[in-house]
Design a binder for this molecule. Structure first.
Ligand SMILES: [Mn+2]
Length: 357
């Protein structure tokens, strides 16, 4: 292991008797990673406080940070603080507070923070890793916390990274004394990922309520006993997936999939269908009041979807980005059809380029 990893271990070990603010993302990976951190910090004798901000927009704003107490250290996870002007706002609120960032998105440089990324530690590209697993590895290297591995397993499923962590997921099953399922999404710990996704798709309030309850559970059994307060969202998702590609239209290399639900299930439905048809590029979309949100998924993709949507969306009053096989974006009202055309063309061009030696 390199010195970065040792510095990260030292950061955790130095938290004894200190108050540590953990700012985590609000998806499955962000939440489960944040909870592994919180439980481990408590075991190390620290006083952890966790916070996340739900909804569209950045969490490291003056407004959100203004509600947080003064602390001895901060850990930010599963988000890239240097996007937009978040980092300036963070340092305005916490000018000198020691900061560690545990993330698998863009590799970013900091001269006043410890930045830990799978690419820098394990030489693994970010999209093949996830924050919850990175955090678990770090925590478990400082203090035995195998009893929390179910949280990392749920995070892995949340970021659709099961193919990269077969062995680890099998170890989690063994530890929990549960059978290894044929499909990881039938595993017991998948219930936690599913419940977070259901609550998140229902509303911000439902999600925060569930996270508060999940925080109190350090065992998988206890977490499962909480139940799923938003089972109705899962029922609607299942209906959508069953309809599947009958709703979609294929244009060139892109399968366009309209998802009109009162719940935010477009990305989720698109992910499931993309695993059922691994060689197809799915673009799930949902029209909203001021524009259209787009979710791209292609499991066996030869091209970088995040790069393409980042390039194309600004021409249509939007923005976008993400990983190679999974990305997303937004285009302004009235621009969707032009965007469809431009995106299809950009994909075709990128495909042509990959064919050349
Ligand atoms: Mn993540």
């Amino acid at each position: 292991m390199n010195t970065l990893w040792q510095d990260a271990q030292a950061f955790l070990e130095n938290t004894k008797n200190k108050t540590v603010l953990v700012i985590h993302d609000y998806d499955v990976d962000g939440i489960t990673g944040g909870l592994v951190l919180a439980h481990t910090l408590r075991r190390l004798g620290a006083k952890p406080i966790t916070t996340t901000k739900v909804g569209r927009g950045a969490s490291l704003t003056t407004e959100h940070l203004g509600h947080q107490p003064d602390v001895d250290a901060v850990i930010i996870t599963d988000q890239c603080p240097k996007s937009y002007d978040q980092y300036t706002q963070f340092r305005t609120r916490y000018p000198k507070t020691p900061l560690m960032i545990l993330d698998h998105h863009k590799v970013t440089e900091y001269d006043d923070a410890l930045f830990v990324h799978p690419e820098l530690v394990f030489d693994t590209p970010g999209y093949k890793y996830c924050s919850a697993k990175l955090i678990y590895e770090l925590c478990n290297s400082v203090r035995d916390c195998e009893d929390l591995s179910w949280l990392a397993a749920a995070g892995i499923l949340g970021d659709a990274n099961a193919p990269h962590f077969q062995e680890f997921l099998e170890e989690v099953c063994e530890y929990q004394d549960i059978e290894i399922p044929e499909d990881w999404y039938d595993a017991k710990f998948a219930v936690i990922a599913e419940t977070i996704d259901c609550c998140s798709a229902a509303s911000d309030e439902e999600l925060l309520l569930y996270v508060d309850k999940l925080k109190t559970q350090e065992t998988l059994k206890g977490a499962i006993a909480l139940g799923n307060p938003c089972q109705h969202v899962k029922d609607e998702l299942d209906k959508y997936v069953a309809l599947g590609t009958t709703l979609a239209t294929q244009e060139g290399p892109v399968v366009w999939l309209p998802v009109e639900s009162e719940y935010g299930i477009a990305g989720w439905a698109t992910t499931i269908l993309s695993f059922q048809h691994r060689n197809r590029l799915f673009a799930g979309y949902r029209h909203q009041v001021d524009g259209t949100s787009i979710n791209l998924r292609w499991q066996n993709t030869p091209i970088h979807l995040g790069d393409i949507i980042r390039e194309v969306t600004p021409q249509f009053n939007g923005r976008g980005g993400g990983h190679k096989p999974a990305a997303g974006g937004w285009v302004g009202k009235g621009h969707f059809e032009e965007f469809q055309e431009a995106f299809s063309k950009a994909v075709q061009d990128a495909l042509k380029n990959t064919e050349q030696p």
